[in-house]
Design a protein. Structure first.
Length: 383
């Protein structure tokens, strides 16, 4: 079921509840709505649902609903790329769940915190948090939490070049999902296995081992295509669009621009149906890069400009930086030095801003971690 359809169903359920209805039921629907908005790439609307939930939770003694609202806030801030707020909200949620010893919700909150730590390059904290998740999963028998945690561990290990460990964690995640007969999460895991192959290919190309890099990239494409097929079989519209856009990027990197063009256009159409801002921007950026590789500079410029407009509307700073790089390359090929310099400068400024924000977030997160998480019994090894 698409994210938009889930949102519409939840909004209808909410509209069917009178304002004086049982507040717990209303708060529960609002929490579901916040999470659905976050997953659909609409975190601003999700935060509005969080605010309404918190008002209800503060008007009535509902500590668990308040914790759920803060978990929703953590997810929304994560999808806004406001990782410090994601971690701070997650800490509030974790503390709320821990007061009632709601271990399963604690585990899933910790997994979201770990994802935010990964994004700000605090991989050591992400690994520590995910090991805590695995402790909780083992104690509660939550196989999905184990699958989710191992999937994310695989991504973190890939980021730091520990490729064999990454593969092992991702394969274990896949086994957990098979045990549950769960296919909805499987495209993510398969795509991450492809991502590790792509990272191995990048490492081979950097080491001037072109044949090895090419073979690994071809293998990554094959694995990722399997992930797209799983998403299609499951009818998972978001995963189809997201993984199709990624597959287009891999074909582009492999030099197969015609296949990349077909795939990215399919991804863009699907993303528009989903009304998912990030995938729409990524698809326009991908189109620009493909057109650039085909030396179709006028159309490439148009696609990059459209992508930049949409990225600014959605406040997606990392993609804005990448789009400025694409425009700079386009203008360089056109011989327009002033425009090239302008976009290079804007990309550099965005990159410096992102790096500074990550450094500040790391500093504050490490303080939070030392004050609370490092002493929490569920984070450390099981006695």
């Amino acid at each position: 079921m698409s994210g938009q359809l889930i949102i519409e169903q939840l909004k209808q359920r909410l509209a069917g509840l009178p304002q004086d209805h049982e507040p717990r039921e209303r708060a529960a629907v609002l929490c579901e709505l916040a999470a659905a908005y976050a997953r659909a790439g609409l975190p601003h609307q999700g935060l509005e649902a969080v605010k309404e939930t918190l008002k209800l939770a503060q008007s009535h003694p509902m500590p668990q609903e308040q914790a759920e609202a803060m978990y929703g806030a953590s997810m929304c801030h994560y999808f806004r790329a406001d990782y410090l707020m994601s971690i701070a909200s997650g800490l509030d949620a974790y503390q709320g769940f821990s007061r009632d010893q709601n271990f399963v919700r604690m585990g899933h909150t910790l997994a979201t915190i770990a994802a935010a730590c990964k994004e700000i390059k605090a991989q050591d904290l992400a690994i520590e948090a995910l090991n805590g998740c695995l402790n909780i999963a083992g104690r509660t028998g939550d196989v999905f939490l184990e699958a989710r945690s191992r999937n994310m561990l695989g991504m973190v290990f890939g980021d730091v070049g520990r490729f064999d460990e990454a593969d092992a964690e991702l394969e274990q995640s896949r086994r957990c999902l098979a045990k549950m007969n769960d296919t909805s999460h499987l495209p993510k895991v398969v795509a991450n296995l492809a991502g590790i192959l792509k990272q191995r290919a990048d490492a081979a190309f950097s080491a001037v081992s072109g044949d090895t890099g090419t073979a690994l990239l071809e293998q990554a494409i094959k694995v990722l295509r399997d992930g797209v097929d799983v998403a299609k079989a499951d009818g998972n519209a978001y995963e189809i669009a997201d993984k199709m856009a990624l597959l287009a990027e891999y074909h582009h990197l492999a030099g197969d621009q015609s296949t990349a063009m077909v795939l990215v256009k399919q991804a863009l159409a699907s993303a528009h149906e989903l009304k998912h801002p990030q995938i729409i921007v990524e698809a326009h950026l991908g189109l620009g890069r493909i057109l650039l590789a085909q030396n179709n500079l006028a159309e490439a410029e148009s696609e990059f400009k459209r992508a930049l407009e949409l990225a600014r509307e959605a406040e997606i700073h990392d993609l804005q930086m990448q789009i400025h790089r694409g425009l700079a390359e386009c203008y360089r090929m056109l011989g327009q030095e002033l425009d090239t310099g302008s976009h290079d400068m804007q990309a550099d400024q965005l990159q410096a801003g992102i790096r500074h924000a990550h450094q500040e977030a790391q500093r504050e997160v490490r303080e939070l971690w030392e004050r609370y998480f490092s002493h929490h019994p569920l984070i450390g090894p099981i006695a």
